[in-house]
Design a protein around this ligand. Structure first.
Ligand code: NAP
Length: 316
């Protein structure tokens, strides 16, 4: 079996180190190498943002293409992707806990006004703040998938009032206790109504691109707070700035952007109400992900079905 690693624009070293051992542990012997133009056909590939050249040479002969991230928007738009090629994404593999920590940090920081306290410290000002109460703060998680559910459960554990939104329905009897779930049948407006914080954790698809407009943000409580850990293109940048300017939003913590790295000239960098982090809210944990991918390759070679296969019609 031949496995190609193709981390376009990133470092493949850690995958090259982890994958052979993970495959051995899964009972597979394999030739694992970093793809170079002209290489022999691989059976499986593990990739981030595959290049058109890689697609042209390898895609048609692959049994499956694994995304090293939870999102697959970096693969779906690449020219030369055969319709029949299964794309399989990493599911959680340590990202859920990181995401829950990041969102909790951003939510607590805003709830307790830690920025205001820090500014007061710089001026040696003793500012006694009235602490907000988490249970009076309703947080909505848009995208209750593998990561969203962990974020919602963690926020619930911290005492926030938590609401989640997905495309499909959940069984309320068997859902995360304390978390109210809504879906398309309730409508997005019902989900947004009265939210004090909105957390974006839906994939970038035709449906979610540019979903977060000024009109959508105005449906939340005024002022609310935005945390985007999904993809930058869910949000219309100019509308986010307008929402901050008019007081619809009190602030935003943004980990993801339309163009990454965020261009130096972008107004988000210097906006006093925006916190920018460089796409670090949940990094792929290579060792855990390699074990997961190796297990799925072993299952596929036995002819078994695996989870995490992207539904091309939905785009995630
Ligand atoms: N910032 C980072 O470092 C980082 C790291 C990892 C992932 N991410 C992002 O996080 C996203 C979510 O990851 P995941 O593993 O949780 O994905 P997932 O398990 O596929 O969950 C996606 C969720 O979004 C919902 N959804 C899809 N389209 C929707 C729409 N139009 N409106 C409302 N909800 C919609 C899905 O609904 P259903 O349940 O009904 O299908 C599902 O609940 C990834 O796609 C990626 O873009 C970011």
């Amino acid at each position: 079996m031949k496995i190609a690693i193709h981390i376009n624009g990133g470092r493949p070293d850690s995958w090259l180190a982890a994958l052979p051992e993970a495959l051995r542990a899964a009972g597979l012997g394999a030739d694992v190498s970093v793809w170079a133009p002209g290489d022999a056909q691989a059976d499986f590939a593990i990739s981030w943002s595959p290049s058109p050249a890689f697609m042209a040479e390898q895609a048609a002969g692959l049994q499956a293409l694994f995304s090293v991230g939870a999102g697959v928007d970096h693969i779906l738009g690449v020219p030369g992707l055969p319709d029949s090629l299964p794309i399989i994404r990493v599911e959680d593999a340590g990202m859920g806990a990181q995401m829950a920590h990041y969102v909790s940090w951003a939510a607590l920081r805003h709830l307790y006004g830690f920025d205001t306290l820090q500014a007061a410290q710089r001026e040696r000002r003793w500012t006694s703040r009235l602490f907000a109460e988490a249970d009076r703060c309703t947080v909505g998680v848009l995208g209750m998938g593998v990561l969203g559910e962990q974020v919602a459960a963690t926020l619930d554990g911290l005492g926030f009032a938590v609401r989640g939104f997905s495309r499909s329905a959940r069984d309320p009897q068997a859902y995360i206790p304390g978390v109210q779930h809504m879906d398309a049948s309730h409508g997005l407006d019902a989900f947004l109504d009265g939210l004090n914080m909105l957390v974006l954790l839906a994939p970038l698809t035709r449906e979610t691109q540019d979903l977060i407009t000024l009109a959508v943000l105005r449906r939340t409580a005024r002022p609310s707070y935005l945390i985007n850990v999904a993809r930058g293109a869910l949000v219309v940048d100019s509308d986010l700035l307008a929402a901050l300017d008019e007081g619809t939003l009190a602030g935003a913590t943004l980990d993801v952007f339309r163009t990454e790295p965020l261009p130096e000239s972008h107004p988000f960098w210097t906006h006093p109400k925006i916190t920018v982090t460089p796409h670090i809210s949940a990094k792929t944990v290579v060792s855990t992900s390699a074990t997961q991918i190796a297990g799925k390759i072993a299952a596929l070679t036995r002819g078994e079905a695996v989870s995490g296969v992207v539904d091309r019609s939905r785009g995630y």
